[in-house]
Design a protein around this ligand. Structure first.
Ligand SMILES: Nc1ncnc2c1ncn2[C@@H]1O[C@H](COP(=O)(O)OP(=O)(O)O)[C@@H](O)[C@H]1O
Ligand SMILES: [Mg+2]
Length: 372
């Protein structure tokens, strides 16, 4: 189909028209930025299901309107990761991943299970609702267990890292969006309004520590081979469905679904842990009424992850990554006003420095103390 532009709903409809996925309604899904993602409502159910998700990877970042090129290879990593998950796990847990029904490598299209028309991203859920303690705990624990299992795949003799050793674009992106812009963000070179007038004035000594850490970590991202990681493990890539036990009854966790595996690669465990916790920290800072839920989710996440005992090296990578995420992302995503943004970036600086140089006692008292 040479003349279709799958960035438009009309052409998605055309693309699907001669397939079992022909749809009467197609709606764009928000919440991502790299791809064009749609919910499709089929004319006739397929394997008993009426809705699916259609994800199109254009050769550019969808949200950039075509300005920022991005390799379409990324979709292969996502499909392979989702298939690998099926191979490694029985599909009966409270937390799962969508199955893949179609992968058109030429058109860069995949069709996936819909995680549910009532599912929300974990980020949105925490913003929207005051969650009962038990639900926050269940969510954190399920996600921690899940991540711990994925990170242990390499211990299984049948596991093969395959293409994930060589997700070069993924490695480049992961390093670039955090460690690659720490110094330019902090020094004012990136001209971010919230961090100017006046500048942040971070002491030279701290900048030097951060600069060295950024270099080391970027090197490790490119050269670490043994552990399979998700690569973009943030609450915007985790869908949550809740249910009420009865009408007006207690709210319970129904299902969690982990999406968006394009950055899956052999990598650093602490980056998945750190990215997840950094976003929980951001929710705490910018939605003070959600302080407790976010802390509960983070706590049960870390405790459930920590299956194999205390791990100082891991805790250092994770806490520093929380710092890197706070510095690099807070001023680039609209979280809140200038003052709160600056304070959060300064917290990020302290976490980066602490990750590199903090004492054991500091580490134990930090946000990732539960890994210790
Ligand atoms: N299988 C799915 N079921 C339900 N919603 C989905 C599904 N896949 C994606 N979405 C929705 O679309 C958004 C973007 O999808 P995602 O895979 O994260 O794309 P991107 O790579 O652009 O971030 C998600 O945040 C989620 O809200
Ligand atoms: Mg996403």
């Amino acid at each position: 189909m040479p003349d279709v532009d799958l960035a438009t709903i009309a052409d998605v409809r055309k693309y699907l028209s001669d397939t079992p996925f022909a749809s009467h309604t197609i709606s764009a899904l928000a919440g991502g930025s790299a791809n064009f993602t749609y919910r499709i409502h089929l004319k006739n159910p397929f394997q008993g299901k009426e809705t699916f998700v259609f994800k199109y990877a254009a050769p550019y970042v969808a949200a950039s309107g075509g300005k920022m090129a991005l390799s379409v290879e990324r979709q292969k990593f996502e499909v392979e990761a989702l298939r690998l998950f099926r191979k490694m796990h029985a599909d009966d847990d409270v937390i799962t991943v969508p199955a893949v029904y179609l992968f058109d490598e030429e058109a860069h299209v995949m069709i996936l299970d819909d995680c549910g028309t009532d599912a929300r991203t974990l980020k949105q859920l925490v913003i929207d609702e005051a969650l009962p303690q038990i639900v926050a705990e269940e969510i954190g624990a399920a996600i921690g267990r899940f991540l711990g299992r994925i990170h242990a795949w390499n211990k299984n003799v049948s596991f093969d890292m395959g293409i994930f050793s060589n997700n070069e674009v993924g490695k480049m992106i992961s390093a670039l969006v955090t460690y690659g812009r720490l110094i330019s963000t902090l020094s004012g070179r990136d001209n971010i309004a919230a961090l100017a007038d006046p500048g942040l004035d971070i002491p030279e000594g701290k900048l030097a520590v951060i600069s060295k850490l950024a270099e080391t970590r970027s090197f490790e991202i490119s050269n670490t081979a043994e552990v399979f990681t998700h690569g973009d493990f943030w609450p915007g890539n985790i869908m949550v469905s809740l249910r009420r036990e009865s009408e007006g009854g207690t709210l319970r966790l129904e299902k969690l679904c982990v999406l968006d595996w394009e950055l899956a690669k052999a990598g650093l465990r602490g980056l998945d842990i750190g990215q997840f916790c950094a976003e929980m920290r951001l929710l705490q800072r910018f939605y003070p009424s959600r302080q407790e839920e976010a802390s509960m989710i983070m706590r049960s996440f870390l405790l459930a992850y920590r299956g194999s005992g205390p791990d100082e090296a891991l805790a250092r990578v994770a806490i520093a990554h929380i710092g890197a995420h706070l510095v690099a992302w807070t001023p680039r995503v609209h979280w809140g006003d200038k003052e709160d943004t600056r304070k959060t970036v300064v917290e990020g600086v302290e976490l980066l420095v602490g990750g590199a140089e903090g004492t054991l006692a500091w580490l134990k008292g930090s946000l990732v103390g539960n890994l210790m």
